[in-house]
Design a protein around this ligand. Structure first.
Ligand SMILES: [Fe+2]
Ligand SMILES: [Fe+2]
Length: 348
């Protein structure tokens, strides 16, 4: 449905439509998304929106998809959804209910790591990211996965990689001095240093095409489980709230500090399964880039931010722990299904 209002004045009407870059609304997965998507399909009218997520756990698909859709209004939106929903007070109030629940679930699932003070942030990040006791998807992909499982892996990752770096970019205006410069240095690489074809999201699209997958934004939103959406939702939660800027910086550091080696294994697995250089480039690029990014993120971004704003030290390390815990839960979910001979995605 196209929404029309009178902002144009003088008899003109302004249509609030999202561009062709946006996917359509996904299919509802339960009562929460059914109600939310029904409302999003009509123009905002100021009516209150009550979304009840009591009892939903971290992997609840209905809950995570509802939160994901609320956040997506700040990224590319959805085709056919009035763009004014982004700042509609009733939507923001409903989103706040989902976020409170998500924060409670994260607090329950992720014990706050011990940090002795701002000077201890780097050590705490290194200690956290050195623990690789969880199920290793990257080792499985390197040596044993079949092509279908590799394609599934890429489908899961497409939810984030097709907007790679965007959630962490929210922090740029919220930082100052050294930490801001460090984040911009990382993000400039993620966005291809000014060359669209080198943007990491574009390299990932080449990986998808090389595996015969649909590389359009949001194409697989209906196929991925709640835990995959939770990974993206944590970044958006930390990114969209200035009070959580410490957690966002720590989250980015955790991604960068656990990237180089797994990406080497992904590239190895993809080549073993016949992937060519263009398809593997996304992974090859991360082996190189993230060896540098991990230093910049841990030292120049996180340790420097803790020095500038000492009260953020605990949040920085907590954000990193959240990233790692969600990744572990996701890996356990995927590996359990693959070990049973099942797909880790829902049926089309
Ligand atoms: Fe990247
Ligand atoms: Fe990176």
């Amino acid at each position: 449905m196209t929404a029309v209002d009178a902002i144009g004045g003088h008899g003109r009407t302004v249509q609030h439509r999202t561009s062709g870059l946006a996917p359509g609304l996904p299919k509802p997965r339960g009562p929460v998304t059914a109600l939310l998507f029904r409302r999003l399909s009509t123009p905002p009218d100021g009516r209150a929106l009550h979304l009840d997520v009591t009892g939903a756990d971290l992997g609840d698909g209905d809950f995570q998809l509802a939160l994901f859709a609320c956040y997506e209004l700040h990224y590319r939106g959805f085709a056919g959804v009035d763009e004014r929903w982004e700042w509609e007070p009733s939507l923001l109030a409903a989103r706040a209910v989902l976020e409170r629940h998500f924060e409670k679930l994260l607090a329950r699932a992720v014990p706050r790591p011990r940090v002795a003070g701002p000077h201890d942030v780097r050590r705490a990040l290194v200690a956290l990211t050195a623990d690789d006791s969880g199920p290793s998807v990257s080792r499985f992909l390197a040596r044993r996965a079949d092509r279908e499982q590799f394609r599934e892996f890429v489908v899961h990752r497409s939810i984030y990689h097709l907007k790679e770096a965007d959630p962490h970019t929210w922090a740029i205006p919220r930082l100052a001095g050294g930490p801001k410069a460090a984040l911009v240095e990382i993000q400039a690489d993620e966005y291809g240093g000014g060359r669209a074809e080198r943007m990491h999201s574009e390299l990932f699209r080449a990986t998808m095409r090389g595996l015969g997958l649909d590389d359009s934004y949001g194409a697989y939103l209906d196929r991925v489980p709640g835990i995959t959406l939770a990974i993206s939702n944590a970044m958006s939660l930390f990114g969209l709230h200035r009070r959580l800027r410490g957690a966002l910086a720590g989250h980015l550091a955790a991604l960068e500090m656990t990237s180089s080696l797994p990406n080497r294994r992904y590239a190895q697995g993809l080549r073993r399964l016949g992937g060519d250089a263009a398809a593997a480039r996304f992974y090859d690029e991360h082996v190189q880039a993230d060896a540098v990014h991990e230093q910049v993120a841990a030292h120049d971004l996180c340790a420097a931010l803790a020095a500038d704003e000492p009260h953020l030290a605990g949040d920085i390390v907590f954000g990193a722990a959240c990233a790692l815990e969600l990744e572990r839960s996701w890996a356990a979910y995927v590996m359990a299904r693959w070990e049973r001979g099942d797909s880790s995605l829902s049926r089309p």
